[in-house]
Write a protein that binds this ligand. Structure first.
Ligand SMILES: Cc1cc2nc3c(=O)[nH]c(=O)nc-3n(C[C@H](O)[C@H](O)[C@H](O)COP(=O)(O)O)c2cc1C
Length: 181
């Protein structure tokens, strides 16, 4: 199953980026994760939506070719980052490439609540008409105090978190199978 990942942080040492790389490796026998370079997208401009920049068209095609989408979100001031929102906005207009795609959400933050506010908002955004990403109820991967749960290579070390992530990926893949039938 091909999964396109959108990561809401462009910082080199991003925990969310490390998390997606960890997932790409750990679940390679179940899902093929490809990271979408959403940091290359310009700011959304409605004047350009009918004739968008090449990079928008290119990334749209990559989403179309995938079976599902993975969102890895940091929490910025109680919400998702502007970069992630910008990408979702581009993909929600004219060519509605996200509609009916199954989406999985994960998030890591240094705060105790592990992106809970950002994820609630993200679910609401994904539920918008032009976005239309399908999400599995529950299965919320909220990794708080992430700085204490990874090693120097960015691999998760916290057993409870790893077990939970395993179960969520399992649930997500099974759910995607039922959607395709
Ligand atoms: C602008 C900004 C706002 C932030 N706001 C929150 C917040 O609301 N809640 C939280 O838990 N962490 C917050 N943080 C800390 C982030 O959780 C932390 O920087 C985290 O490492 C960001 O994800 P990344 O490692 O993937 O870049 C904020 C960080 C920045 C830069």
């Amino acid at each position: 199953m091909k999964v396109t990942a959108m990561i809401g942080s462009n910082r080199a040492e991003s925990y969310n980026k490390q998390l997606v790389k960890y997932m790409k490796d750990r679940y390679q026998d179940k899902i093929e994760i490809n990271i979408l370079p959403i940091e290359k997208l310009p700011f959304y401009n409605q004047d350009e939506e009918l004739n968008p920049p090449e990079i928008v068209k290119e990334l749209r095609e990559r989403i179309k070719e995938s079976d599902a989408v993975l969102f890895a979100t940091p929490e910025y001031n109680g919400s998702i980052s502007g970069m992630l929102k910008n990408a979702i906005d581009w993909f929600s207009r004219v060519d509605l490439v996200l509609v009916n795609k199954p989406g999985m959400i994960v998030g890591a933050s240094m705060g105790a609540l592990g992106t809970v506010k950002a994820q609630l908002q993200l679910r609401q955004i994904l539920n918008s008409r032009g976005v239309g990403v399908l999400t599995l109820p529950g299965n919320e991967v909220l990794i708080g105090s992430v700085q204490n749960k990874v090693d120097e290579q960015g691999n998760l070390t916290d057993e409870q978190t790893i077990d939970f992530l395993d179960s969520v990926v399992h649930n997500f893949v099974s759910w995607c199978d039922t959607l395709q039938k």
